[in-house]
Design a protein around this ligand. Structure first.
Ligand SMILES: NC(=O)c1ccc[n+]([C@@H]2O[C@H](COP(=O)([O-])OP(=O)(O)OC[C@H]3O[C@@H](n4cnc5c(N)ncnc54)[C@H](OP(=O)(O)O)[C@@H]3O)[C@@H](O)[C@H]2O)c1
Length: 323
């Protein structure tokens, strides 16, 4: 039997922990319900172009989640500037968007792996646009889980330059005009893997932990200027980044069943725009995050270590460098 004082202390700590968990994990869904209902019954909301401005800039928008955001924003009447490396792919996506949504589009070819010197040109090109929304989506990952010492040095620099550098520098470029206009929205795409250090995806997960920390801090900096900053931390989404998890024989496995389609993610993530400052981008990833958040940091690390050790054995070719 515990002495009564210890029992009281354990109860207080237990109740406090439950309250913290509930606050962290129910804040977004409750806000979403509340703001959704307010919009529905309270006369709707300003359209996105009216609220934030006419143009959206989306990095890494020729494919996957970025392309999904570009389509969603165009469907809301926002003109979109698409940025990626492959000009032909960008032109194709821009034409698709014009045909589907009738909105103006522009493309900008840029390779974020090239480091600091590309930003001068980007700043010049972007200065002529009234940017209402900036979606910092571009990101790369090692093709499959792999040990750090087996990765190519080039890929290690790319992970840092692209996943960390691009969002940081683009916010620096876009913010002065947003502050002057006292409006704007920055959407930073992080990942569920920012929740805990992830062995065999160590640099990718660390880059996403940077994104979350950066985005949450930036939100506090820009709120006084009337600018919003949203952090999106999805779990597995079926894009070229996660293609290796998808068996080619069409059969499902433990990992492929967790892949959410881009269209489903974007439907949910789009609904979250202008309503919440943090989201996983899909309700099922919200549940996964809430379950993981029940664990203390050290146990989360154990779970991620187990999961990614399994992936390492299942998918990595141990005989050659994979990256
Ligand atoms: N898929 C997931 O399960 C998942 C989960 C959580 C978070 N995320 C995050 O979501 C974001 C998008 O991921 P995704 O899965 O949609 O990726 P994706 O399908 O591989 O698309 C990546 C996009 O980025 C562009 N890109 C790649 N390298 C580039 C570079 N050096 N310079 C400029 N553009 C470049 C690609 O176009 P080009 O090749 O033509 O340049 C493409 O448009 C990333 O930040 C990722 O970390 C993804």
């Amino acid at each position: 039997m515990l002495p009564p004082l210890l029992l009281q202390l354990a109860t207080v700590v237990g109740v406090y922990s439950i309250c913290c968990w509930l606050y962290d994990n129910l804040r977004t869904p409750l806000l979403l319900l509340f703001r959704g209902a307010t919009q529905l019954f309270g006369g709707g909301q300003n359209s996105l172009p009216k609220k934030y401005g006419p143009w959206a800039v989306i990095t890494g928008s020729s494919d996957g989640i970025g392309k999904g955001y570009a389509n969603y924003l165009a469907s809301q009447g926002i003109k979109v500037m698409l940025i990626a490396r492959n000009e032909a792919k960008l032109k194709r996506v821009a034409e698709e968007i014009v045909a589907k949504h009738g909105t103006e589009t522009k493309i900008l070819v840029a390779d974020f792996s090239q480091g600091e010197h590309i930003y001068e040109k980007l700043e010049r090109e972007l200065s002529s646009l009234d940017i209402g929304i900036l979606v910092n989506n571009v990101g790369v990952i090692n093709e499959k889980p792999i040990q750090l010492d087996r990765m190519e040095k080039r890929l290690l620099w790319d992970l840092i330059n692209i996943n960390v550098g691009a969002a940081t520098l683009l916010c620096n470029i876009a913010l002065p005009a947003m502050k002057k206009r006292k409006r704007g929205l920055i959407i930073n795409i992080s990942s569920l893997s920012s929740l805990a250090p992830t062995p065999y995806l160590a640099v990718y997960a660390a880059s996403k932990a940077y994104m979350t920390s950066f985005s949450l801090a930036l939100r506090e900096e820009v709120t006084p200027y009337g600018i919003e900053c949203q952090t999106v931390s999805p779990g597995y989404v079926h894009t070229s980044m996660t293609e290796y998890l998808h068996p080619t024989d069409g059969k499902k496995n433990t990992f492929s069943v967790r892949l959410v389609k881009v269209s489903n993610m974007i439907r949910y993530a789009g609904y979250c725009i202008a309503k919440v400052d943090q989201t996983t981008g899909h309700w099922s990833h919200g549940i996964q995050t809430a379950i993981l958040n029940l664990l203390p940091g050290s146990l989360k690390l154990r779970v991620f270590t187990r999961l990614y050790t399994q992936l390492l054995h299942e998918y990595s070719d141990t005989d050659k460098k994979l990256a």
